[in-house]
Design a protein around this ligand. Sequence first.
Ligand code: KIV
Ligand code: ZN
Length: 520
Amino acid sequence: MTKQDRIIIFDTTLRDGEQSPGCSMNMEEKLRMAKLLDELGVDVIEAGFPVASPGDFEAVNEIAKTVKNATVCGLSRAVKGDIEAAGKAIKPASQDSRGPIHTFISTSPLHMKYKLQMSPEKVLDAVNESVTFARGFTDDVEWSAEDASRTEDDFLCRAVETAIKSGATTINIPDTVGYTTPEEYGAKIRMLFERVPNIDQAIISTHCHNDLGLAVANSLAGVAAGARQIECTINGIGERAGNAALEEVIMAMRTRADALPYKNNIDTTRITKISRTLSAITGFSVQPNKAIVGANAFAHASGIHQDGVLKNVQTYEIMTPESVGLTESKLVMAKHSGRHAFRTKLEELGFELGDNALQEAFARFKILADKKKEIFEDDLIALVEDEALRNNEVVKFVSLQIVAGTKGPQTAEMVLSIDGEEKSTKVEGNGSVDAVFKAVRALYPHEDAYLKLYQVHAITGGTDAQAEVTVRLEENGRTVNGQGADADTIVASARAYVNAVNKMILKREKINPQKIGVNP
Ligand code: KIV
Ligand code: ZN
């Protein structure tokens, strides 16, 4: 091992991240994230748990067809049906680029006794059988010792040796409950290197949860001890307190290359964009003081700091905002810009729209430009992405008239097109947002769904900024997140609510295809 070794970045935003409550993504959202992860330069994308649901299977399968550079991985328990589903899901990739099947079983005394109710010997048999079976589908098999940090050393060594003998190419050592400390975790990995005879035949991987806020520190301690893969998620999303945050491990290695001299393939200038996209999709906003991607991560509020930064930026800045892709949104267009300039600018931003979509986006741009003096790149991105969200919607937002203010009653007069037929209503509410949401409910009843989150975010600065709204609905334990953008916050709210309703309809159809019609 040399200090300049390459660290494999295994992203599990779409699996462990997506498992956290309220973070579920539909297939289109997962595909969008997978493309961004691929562009970011991650080596492995764990795209889901294929046996868990047809949606998860389809997502892993589609991502395996689409992604160009990263390998695509599916999770499975040590169960033949799970492994088979994962093997089929990753099949679209050619054999030499086929990603890992990631199979896991618990190894700690607590988990084996209470969760698995299996003896240690039976667990070793299951490790052998599951890894051997997985190798029938791909040459790349990752095996995880769930709750490894609370597993006795002797048994962990036996389990790891068995997994490697059976054909595992990567061995993952999860701190499943976020219990360990950096010293302990580093010692555990070092112990495996010292005691497992065939350890040189596999890559050792870290997978740390953040229950004590130590996930990143533990991952880096694992690398210092010889691990060469880090499992992490964008914004650190994941079960409970989350997983090690990708942006933090990467920027720690880049900023402190003197102490952590390892290579990786991440284009750090893409970090801000992917972090914001994930927040918009899931409605999980990042805390302002979060390292690297929080709104205050590069803000200098105190006079002493501002003065220092003006004299020499390095006085208080250990990395530049540009290095994580945090740049001022450029002023791009104005009211008089024509269709040709609009198309050219969208192409520069990476969007290629068909004629109809371009026409609709241009019409919305003109309305926006009437309301907002200056149009920034971020405004155009929000507008086009909002337009894309509306493709194939069964319930379409048509128009909205609001009575707001102190005199009331606050009223929403709304027109929706439902399965091609326009319907309208006028509803009073306890405030204008309440009136809008009640109007959607009146036009498209959905009694079993509850509003779980309503969040507004300004896309650019100024009082004329576009609002980006996220609405989370929960129906029978299933959650969906809708998004909407508009210069008018109430219109953005209506768009987001309608988008959430459409996602709910899609989710119902997937679960019960024959029962659910388009009309309620
Ligand atoms: O945290 C964990 O142990 C996991 C395993 C499935 C790898 O996510
Ligand atoms: Zn995990």
